[in-house]
Ligand binder design. Sequence first.
Ligand code: CA
Ligand code: CA
Length: 176
Amino acid sequence: MDSAEYERKTAARFASFDQDGNGYIDREDFSAAAAAILAEFNTTARCDKGQALYSGAEAFWQGMAGIADVDGDQRVSRDEFVTGAVKRLRDNPKRFAEIARPFMHSAIEIAAGSDGDGPGVTLAAATRLLRVLGADPEVAEQVAAALDVDGDGIITEDETMTAFATYYTVDGPDAR
Ligand code: CA
Ligand code: CA
C-alpha cells in the first residue's frame, strides 16, 4: 500500500469512528455507534443485549483512549488516531480484538438475533452491521463476503470479529 492510499484509508476509518463528524473521536461517538446498531436491528436499549452493547461501547472507548489519547483530553484527534491507534493496532491486531470484543460480541448477538438464532451471523446482517458502523456500503459487502469462504451465507462470530479488525486496521478493501 503506498502512503497516499494509506492516508486515504486512515481518513475513512477515522470518519467511521467519528460518528458525529466533529473532528474528534470521543465517548459520545461510541454511544452513538451503539444507538445506531440498536436502531438498525430494532433492539431496545433497555434489554440485556442493549445494556451489554452500551457497556461494551464504553470499554471500547476506554481502550481506544488508552491507546491513542496521548494528551489525555478525553478525545482522540485525527493526529492521535493516525500515530497512535492505527499503527499500534496494525502492529498488534490481537490488542484491537481485546478492546473491541465486548462491544463486537454484543453487536454480533444483536445482529444474529435479528434473523434467527443460528450459529453465526448472516452475510446480510454482517454487512448491515459494518455499514451502520460507517463502512462504505461496497466495502462492507466486500469485507463480509471475503469471510464466507464456503459460500453458505453464514459467518461465525470469530470471522465477523476478523472482518472488523481487518477493516479498522486499514488492511481491508476500500472502494474509493
Ligand atoms: Ca466525534
Ligand atoms: Ca487527545
